[in-house]
Write a protein that binds this ligand. Structure first.
Ligand code: ZN
Length: 133
């Protein structure tokens, strides 16, 4: 499935409010949207940059994937998300082509968005997210 644009770049951070402050001040960003995904142990802030966004991800507790990422690799770029017209179809097509996927079917995120991840082992070390927005 054709990727329509870079939707966002996900960055794992330890302290969400400090990271928001730093990225806002250096990039002069006005629009910030915060939400929490308790089931995944993560707090999120989306910072709008034109047509794309930065997604700052910080851990809640020590069990979530972001907590594990930071404890093994430190803060930094976590994933790249591309917008596709149909997330279910994109992940099915990726599987059919032999890519290793993290999600067999899309998960639902904030505001009813859909997301599904392709494993970094299949993509030269980068975790790729198919995203509906
Ligand atoms: Zn993302």
């Amino acid at each position: 499935m054709r990727a329509e644009k870079i939707s966002h770049v996900g960055i794992a951070v330890q302290d969400l409010d400090k990271a928001i402050e730093d990225y806002r001040s250096i990039l002069e960003i006005d629009h910030v949207e915060k939400h929490e995904v308790p089931s995944e142990g993560v707090k999120v802030a989306m910072l709008r940059i034109g047509e794309s966004e930065l997604e700052l991800l910080s851990p809640v507790g020590e069990q979530g994937s972001i907590a594990k990422f930071i404890s093994s690799r430190g803060e930094g770029i976590h994933h790249i998300a591309v917008k596709v017209a149909d997330v279910s179809k994109a992940i099915e097509e990726a599987k059919a082509r032999g890519f290793k996927v993290v999600d067999e079917r899309p998960r639902t995120g904030a505001g009813g968005t859909l997301a599904a991840f392709v494993h970094p082992k299949s993509l030269h070390g980068v975790l790729l997210e198919f995203y509906s927005r």
